[in-house]
Design a protein around this ligand. Structure first.
Ligand code: AP5
Length: 214
């Protein structure tokens, strides 16, 4: 199974990807998670990416495509994968097409999760994450423990540096300008499905399961 989860920041791509991993046993590849790891480890890429991510802008296509070509050639991706946060521009989608051309038995499905902007801002301003393991908490949905320590690893729970309201609004603008054109790109190819991300996590997952089983 080869799947792209498409959608604006905060629609629930990461949340749903984790549930798909559990059920279908294929890896989740999140370009955002890969970049945040580089930032934590203070690599050259991490230093460059941090400033861009803090502004809510996109890391250049050539860097992302290089990173993804390597990742998609790793052994765990040979039976399939869930792409979460990639591609995000038309050149990235064209680059992905080239990478997949050389692989056998790839039948790509693209699922767009849609949520209205004000709900996205509400979800992202209330998101908190563990600074060590990345576990997701949400002040509305899944509040963190009162001591501010992660239940999984004891790490400090923090707000993501791009989850300030001003940055969220810029991420949404960047999505509308640079990523939304991918909806047309994939609908022309006939492999795009749309799910309503306003429903609760379980109901969104049921809709996705139906698409993946079809
Ligand atoms: P990335 O990490 O990909 O962030 P994003 O796309 O902005 O997505 P989010 O992680 O914010 O949201 P999500 O849709 O995964 O939602 P989630 O499940 O977490 O990218 C970050 C940055 O990295 C980019 O801005 C860019 O700079 C750079 N980057 C990454 N990829 C790149 C690329 N390909 N090219 C260039 N640059 C790139 O849910 C959000 C919250 O809502 C959570 O708290 C969750 O608990 C809650 N929630 C989830 N589902 C529901 C529900 N159904 N009901 C209520 N609450 C819910």
């Amino acid at each position: 199974m080869h799947l792209i989860l498409l959608g604006a920041p905060g629609v629930g791509k990461g949340t749903q990807a984790k549930k798909i991993v559990e059920k279908f046993n294929i890896p989740q590849i999140s370009t955002g998670d890969i970049l945040r790891k580089e930032v934590r480890e203070e690599t050259e890429l991490g230093k460059k990416a941090k400033a861009i991510m803090e502004r809510g802008e996109l890391v250049p296509d050539d860097i992302i495509l290089n990173m993804m070509e390597k990742r998609l050639n790793e052994p765990d991706c040979q039976k399939g994968f869930i792409l979460d946060g990639f591609p995000r521009t038309i050149p990235q989608a064209e680059g992905l097409d080239k990478i997949l051309q050389n692989k056998e038995n790839v039948k790509l499905k693209v699922i767009e999760i849609f949520v209205p902007e004000e709900e996205i801002v509400r979800r992202l301003t209330s998101r908190r994450i563990c600074s060590v393991c990345g576990r997701d908490y949400n002040l509305i949905l899944t509040p963190p423990p009162a001591n501010g320590k992660c239940e999984s690893c004891g790490g400090e729970i923090i707000q993501r540096y791009d989850d300030k309201e001003e940055t969220i609004r810029n991420r949404l603008k960047v999505y509308n300008q640079q990523t939304e054109p991918l909806i047309h790109y994939y609908s022309k190819k006939g492999n795009l499905y749309r799910v309503n991300g306003l429903n609760n996590v379980e109901d969104v997952f049921k809709e996705i399961e139906n698409i993946l089983d079809s």
